[in-house]
Design a protein around this ligand. Structure first.
Ligand SMILES: Cc1cc2nc3c(=O)[nH]c(=O)nc-3n(C[C@H](O)[C@H](O)[C@H](O)COP(=O)(O)OP(=O)(O)OC[C@H]3O[C@@H](n4cnc5c(N)ncnc54)[C@H](O)[C@@H]3O)c2cc1C
Length: 82
């Protein structure tokens, strides 16, 4: 458990000069961006997520706040036990 968190890959050459363009603002792009930052050490400002819709999040879009609670389209399984 938690072995992945202990892995810190070598920083690729010129990573701060490279840019990533991810198509779609769904969880796939968001997770790719997170791994680019964590594993490839790419600065977050070099990562661009291009979404065609006004709503971000793709099929897992949601809205709300910690105070008011959250909603998601499509009746997602977001109850506490998930
Ligand atoms: C009704 C429903 C209920 C679900 N319930 C659950 C659940 O309870 N639990 C669970 O784990 N999963 C659930 N899923 C599955 C989960 O939502 C998807 O597997 C996941 O969100 C897919 O993520 P993705 O990033 O691959 O794609 P998507 O979320 O589809 O994101 C792709 C994004 O790319 C954008 N896009 C596409 N083409 C272009 C383009 N050319 N230019 C710019 N933007 C573009 C789209 O607008 C979209 O925002 C559910 C799915 C649905 C539809």
């Amino acid at each position: 458990m938690n072995n992945y968190q202990k892995i810190n890959p070598k920083t690729p050459q010129n990573i701060t000069q490279r840019k990533a363009y991810l198509i779609g603002g769904g969880i796939a792009s968001l997770s790719a961006a997170a791994y680019l930052i964590k594993d490839a050490h790419m600065p977050g400002e070099n990562i661009h997520i291009l979404e065609q819709l006004d709503v971000s999040g793709g099929s897992m879009d949601g809205a709300g706040s910690a105070e008011a609670g959250y909603t998601a389209r499509g009746g997602r399984e977001i109850e506490a036990h998930f």
